[in-house]
Design a protein around this ligand. Structure first.
Ligand SMILES: Nc1ncnc2c1ncn2[C@@H]1O[C@H](COP(=O)(O)OP(=O)(O)OP(=O)(O)O)[C@@H](O)[C@H]1O
Ligand SMILES: [Mg+2]
Ligand SMILES: [Zn+2]
Length: 512
């Protein structure tokens, strides 16, 4: 008997409906085959499905079973075909009947017949809505991912036996309750509060601006100056994701299995830390079954690359295109895959291998050649894409010690965050119909439309361009940062003091 079950395949962030055809023939040699371009993981489904059915106390047929995954030209990856294959076999055996409405079955089986948390359920739910699929049968632990999409019924399945009873109407599984997105505000774990960092007022100000507008940030300074500490305090001042931003991030986290069991929408703004030993694929994405890299996991959030010059140059160069476009394209035989990668880069470095170049107190021990090699690892075009360049000097140790004895009133992350949130809200309103969320993402047309400079500001900018022979890209980036500074101040026009401040974050490093 032939039966057809609906499931889905993910290719990049695209979801394609897949028909799982199961045929059981009593004639011919007994066997169990899967056809239709399955990967190794899908082929292993045979063992899992067979054992799970037997361990659910259902007799496995001694017949010739053929499973076809159609359309055949789409590569099938992952373990999510276990459930539709099992249901297909049980339906062909007339152990269960199928729901009348269009339904997706999706999930990995354990050998004991229970269902495991399976990646990609959020995308499955999005696809269900687009394809008018009414019901979703997914593992219990993954069901909350789907429950944020209205107008579909999500059935959380714990085991194959539970599903059999549900489909036969002997014991109905309760639908997962719709999860309201606004209920999901989660706390980001934060390592340091800004109030724990003594001094460094100008660094804190620059970081606030970067976070408020989503601008890339580069910090340079001697060892122990507090660069890593400053960067690690950033999650505490980031606003949570807006609704649209959250949906975009959740897709990436769902398909990579980064949503924990029981989890739902991602609301905390991503903060990803990458070590310099990361592979190029790990950073930008790729592989034969193309998967997103760290830059996509940092989408709408922050990617922190500490010890920036230690990253291989070719790895860093791979950041250039995504930093410009906000997406990464991976070419594959089966078609190119795009992953969003609109991240804010935070990078930290010493000025030279020993770390003390330009330090007023300690002498640099590096040869000019060593310094040149070190700095050459960071190419001009890459550094040109960074809006805010910051020198982080060592704070005076005595001052630091004296101040830490008497608790000083440095501003808490929470109150800095309030300003960042306010500035972001202004941007969300401004770009409502533009498809972007922050000043850093403005294209030239947006700059023309939304960045009005008063006369003094125009004059100052013109002078700076000719005095420092700034590139066109730098010119536009300066205006974007000035826009953010004006937003923090709650001003609609950009005035000369905003331009002057953004110039500080640009000129200082190009001078060195
Ligand atoms: N301004 C500061 N306030 C409080 N503690 C500080 C400050 N600056 C540095 N420290 C202390 O010094 C330690 C080292 O700082 P951190 O690791 O951030 O330096 P770094 O600039 O990243 O150095 P490196 O270049 O060696 O990576 C911190 O963990 C912290 O304990
Ligand atoms: Mg450090
Ligand atoms: Zn040195």
């Amino acid at each position: 008997m032939l039966t057809k079950i609906l499931s889905a395949a993910h290719f990049g962030l695209k979801t394609i409906p897949i028909e799982v055809e199961v045929n059981i023939a009593t004639k011919g040699f007994p066997g169990f085959n899967i056809i239709g371009l399955p990967s190794k993981a899908v082929e292993e489904a045979r063992e899992r499905v067979k054992t799970a059915i037997i361990n659910s106390n259902i007799k496995f047929p001694d017949a010739k079973i053929t499973v076809n995954l159609a359309p055949a030209d789409i590569p099938k990856e992952g373990s999510n075909y276990d459930l539709p294959i099992a249901v297909g076999i049980l339906n062909a055996l007339e152990v269960v009947s199928l729901p009348k409405e269009k339904s997706y079955f999706f999930g990995e089986l354990s050998l004991d017949g229970t269902l495991r948390h399976t990646k990609g359920v959020f995308l499955l739910a999005v696809s269900a809505k687009e394809n008018s699929v009414k019901n979703l049968f997914v593992p219990n632990e993954s069901a909350n991912e789907a429950a944020v999409i209205k107008s579909i019924s999500v059935y959380p399945i714990t085991s194959l036996n539970d599903l059999v009873m549900h489909l036969n109407g002997t014991r109905v599984v309760k639908k997962t309750k719709y999860v309201e997105a606004v209920d999901l505000l989660e706390e980001t774990p934060v390592e340091f509060d800004f109030s724990e960092i003594i001094g460094q007022e100008s660094a804190k100000r620059a970081i606030e601006i970067a976070c408020a507008g989503g601008h890339n940030l580069f910090m340079q300074g001697p060892p122990g100056a507090g660069k890593t500490m400053l960067a690690r305090a950033i999650p505490g001042i980031l606003p949570s994701l807006g609704e649209d931003e959250s949906l975009e991030v959740t897709k990436i986290y769902s398909v990579t299995g980064n949503i924990p069991p029981g989890g739902s929408l991602i609301r905390a703004r991503p903060f990803r830390v990458c070590h310099h030993t990361v592979s190029k694929i790990g950073l930008v994405g790729g592989g034969s079954d193309p998967h997103p890299g760290e830059i996509s996991l940092a989408h709408n959030g922050v990617l922190f690359l500490d010890e920036f010059p230690e990253f291989p140059r070719s790895t860093l160069e791979a950041l250039r295109q995504p930093m410009e476009d906000g997406v990464v394209s991976i070419a594959r035989a089966a078609g190119s895959v795009k992953f969003p990668a609109n991240f804010m880069l935070v990078a930290a470095a010493n000025p030279c291998p020993c770390g003390y170049l330009g330090d007023p107190k300690r002498e640099c021990r590096c040869s000019p050649r060593q310094i040149m090699n070190y700095q050459n690892r960071l190419s001009g075009p890459l550094m040109d894409r960074i809006d805010i360049h910051l020198n982080v000097p060592t704070v005076d140790v005595e001052k630091l010690a004296a101040r830490s004895k008497v608790k000083i009133n440095a501003e808490k992350s929470e109150s800095i965050r309030e300003r960042v949130v306010r500035a972001r809200q202004i941007q969300l309103r401004r770009f409502k119909s533009e498809g972007i969320y922050s000043n850093a993402s403005m294209k030239n047309k947006h700059i023309k439309k939304y960045c009005h400079l008063d006369e003094d500001a125009q004059l100052l900018l013109k002078q700076a361009v000719s005095n420092y022979s700034l590139s066109a890209r730098t010119y536009f980036r300066l205006i974007k940062v000035s826009r953010t500074i004006a937003d923090i101040a709650g001003e609609s026009k950009i005035i000369s003091s905003h331009i002057a401040e953004s110039l500080q974050y640009r000129i200082r490093s190009t001078d060195e």
